[in-house]
Design a protein around this ligand. Structure first.
Ligand code: SF4
Ligand code: SF4
Length: 204
């Protein structure tokens, strides 16, 4: 798995959930399909009268979520930026040609009331729940940064083995210290709960 494949999966899913931060600080989520993909970039269309637009201008942070029929969750965390005016019409035309239904909403020249935002730098999390053990990895596009989550085992580990017994994914291997395989970890926290010396600590 890699960032490029995740983007291709987004494209196949088609309609994605876009979460933003409301002007009053509340969570906001919408289904968006007016999207154009180019290598490691995502362009999307909206209209300037929408609250979505206000939130993108005010803050810009978005989380985009897609879920495949194979139980793969793909999440992108990024900041969206409005494209330059010189590029706006070009990307509107591209998106309308790829998504002809949009002409039902904005016929003819009325499409040009729209605006285009682009994501070039992002973190992408891939989480496959349809395999055993589960598989997860994180990638970046552009200058995106990985926000490490979950747990790791510190040098305080006394190798008692209690965490291995409770791990639902067999993600822990013996050693000094014991080690968590991050690609198979559910982030459930069971290992941290049983550790007698608090050797299981949050990452990041
Ligand atoms: S429970 Fe804690 S001390 Fe015991 S093996 Fe696991 S991490 Fe190490
Ligand atoms: S957080 Fe859960 S899945 Fe991950 S290593 Fe600990 S017990 Fe296993």
């Amino acid at each position: 798995m890699d960032a490029k494949t995740c983007m291709e999966k987004f494209q196949k899913i088609g309609v994605l959930n876009f979460a933003t931060i409301g002007l009053d600080g509340s969570p906001q989520v919408r289904c968006i399909s007016a999207i154009h993909y180019s290598e490691n970039e995502m362009y999307f269309f909206t209209a300037p009268g929408k609250a979505f637009y206000d939130e993108l201008i005010a803050d810009g942070r978005v989380q985009i979520l897609g879920y495949t029929k194979f139980k793969e969750m793909i999440r992108m965390s990024a900041t969206a930026k409005q494209v330059e005016e010189t590029e706006r019409r070009k990307f509107i035309d591209i998106i309308f040609s790829e998504q002809p239904y949009l002409s039902n909403l904005y016929s003819g020249e009325k499409r040009y009331i729209g605006v285009i935002f682009v994501i070039k730098d992002a973190e992408i999390e891939y989480f496959n729940l349809g395999v055993n053990p589960i598989f997860r990895e994180s990638y970046t596009i552009g200058n995106g940064k990985i926000n490490f989550k979950g747990f790791e085992i510190s040098e305080n580990c006394i190798s008692c083995g209690q965490c291995i017994n409770v791990c639902p994914q067999s993600a822990i291997t013996e050693g000094k210290p014991f080690k968590i395989d991050q690609t198979h970890c559910l982030h459930c926290g069971a290992c941290r709960k049983v550790c007698p010396v608090n050797a299981v600590v949050k990452r990041g």
